[in-house]
Design a protein around this ligand. Structure first.
Ligand SMILES: CC(=O)SCCNC(=O)CCNC(=O)[C@H](O)C(C)(C)COP(=O)(O)OP(=O)(O)OC[C@H]1O[C@@H](n2cnc3c(N)ncnc32)[C@H](O)[C@@H]1OP(=O)(O)O
Length: 409
């Protein structure tokens, strides 16, 4: 049985969005529903139909994302759902194939997504490309190293987040270009970051902010909520849930963390999504106190091998023939010579003998600089024909700072 696929127009939203709600078992707040609609690029949606009923959905957000050495238009894949009545009939597979062809036609060479479950997207050529740490910190164990940076010209200002939105946007825009995986936030994304429905829904208190600033302006911010509480013996047991902390320089970063960690009547600090190389790890004197959890962040799909590989920068010289396996985007299958050094890169289709054979998902994993090719090699998942070629490729593709997105789309 086939299920015709096409984009929807805005008038079909009332029968499109409920498919997502049903598939995710999700009841969004009315404002959340409105924001979802506002960010939807209707010409980049796809719906699968059973007769005239929508049974599957997906959409793309047109993102500008930082990649090693620059910024790229990236297809941000989102809103993937198939009705429980129609699951496991190949509807997702049909949507993914069509979507990747559309992305290519539009000229984007890279797609990225957040996966609801890690087992779903590898079969479509997406690779786990960045990771996040979540910290659970007891305030009592949060002292900094003695030489933590301090700038006497900096001060903390308490502010209502909505009142200082232009400052938050300015700080974020300046840090987003520094780390692969971060993307330009459009106004609707800021609406979501600053949304306060969670206040009603989870009892975590309203969104609060502190700014680090000097006479020249704002150099960083933290966004968080506080769930107050007391132990039976009267000791304060408040929990601070950090949503974001961004700063333009190390002194502002350290001051903001200190402010968040030292909050009166708070005993525990939870920071849900942080980069794997968060400078906080170096600032905390007793790192075990961070009690970190680890999870995948972005998944990346190289949609056009030559364009994507030539569009990013490399940390070290490399000259390697890569044989790419890709049965979902057959235009990628074949041998590609990547010649790159820190000044530039070229990637051309060739007939030469390959140095390495790898699934396209492995290129997606390496694309943002997380260095995962070595992990795959050691796990026996890549076929290396010339000894040392994978390590050379992995070294060239690795990047500092490590990739991290930090905001689900
Ligand atoms: C970027 C995002 O939006 S992430 C959000 C993804 N959506 C969700 O998690 C919502 C809840 N889940 C769903 O809506 C559906 O189960 C989907 C979209 C994940 C899968 O849709 P389906 O139409 O059932 O997938 P489809 O039939 O095309 O499956 C293709 C293959 O993937 C496998 N697969 C699909 N989903 C899963 C899963 N959740 N876990 C394990 N395997 C899966 C199928 O078994 C099948 O394997 P096969 O090719 O070896 O037979």
């Amino acid at each position: 049985m086939t299920y015709p696929i096409r984009p929807i127009d805005e008038s079909e939203w009332p029968v499109y969005f409920p498919v997502l709600e049903e598939a995710f078992g999700w009841t969004p707040h009315p404002q959340q529903r409105e924001r979802f609609k506002a960010e939807t690029e209707f010409d980049r949606t796809l719906a699968a139909f059973d007769g005239d009923v929508i049974v599957g959905t997906t959409a793309v957000l047109s993102l500008t994302m930082t990649v090693p050495g620059g910024r790229l238009p990236v297809a941000g894949v989102t809103s993937v759902s198939v009705l429980p009545s129609h699951r496991r009939r190949g509807i997702l597979s049909a949507l993914m194939r069509r979507q990747l062809a559309d992305i290519r036609e539009r000229g984007e060479s890279v797609a990225a997504l957040y996966a609801s479950e890690t087992v779903i997207y590898g079969r479509y050529g997406y690779g786990r490309a960045s990771h996040e740490l979540s910290f659970h910190i007891n305030k009592a164990g949060s002292a900094f190293v003695k030489n933590a940076p301090a700038d006497p010209s900096l001060r903390i200002r308490v502010a209502t987040p909505a009142d200082v939105r232009p400052d938050l946007e300015r700080v974020f825009a300046s840090v987003a270009t520094r780390r692969p995986g971060r993307y330009d936030r459009q106004p609707h994304a800021w609406d979501a970051v600053l949304a306060d429905e969670e206040f009603d829904q989870r009892g975590n208190g309203p969104l609060r902010s502190v700014l680090a600033e000097d006479d020249g302006g704002v150099r960083g911010y933290a966004l968080f909520r506080i769930k107050g509480g007391w132990e039976a013996n009267g000791l304060p047991a408040g929990e601070l849930k950090l949503q974001e902390l961004e700063a333009t320089d190390p002194a502002a970063y350290a001051l903001l963390w200190r402010n968040v960690l030292d909050r009166d009547l708070v005993a525990k600090i939870e920071a849900g999504s942080r980069p794997v190389d968060d400078p906080l790890i170096a600032l905390i004197a007793d790192q075990r106190q961070l009690r970190a959890g680890w999870a995948d962040d972005l998944w990346v799909r190289v949609v056009e091998v030559d364009k994507a590989l030539a569009a990013r920068a490399y940390s070290a010289p490399v000259d390697v023939v890569i044989e790419v396996e890709d049965d979902v985007c057959p235009w990628n299958a074949g041998r590609w010579r990547l010649t790159a050094d820190p000044t530039g890169a070229e990637c051309k289709q060739v007939e030469d003998e390959p140095d390495v054979t790898l699934p396209v998902a492995a290129l997606g994993s390496a694309y943002l600089g997380d260095g995962l090719l070595v992990e795959s090699l050691e796990a026996g998942l890549l076929r290396e024909h010339s000894s040392g070629s994978v390590r050379a490729l992995a070294t060239a593709m690795s990047w500092n700072p490590k990739p991290w997105c930090g905001l689900v789309f």
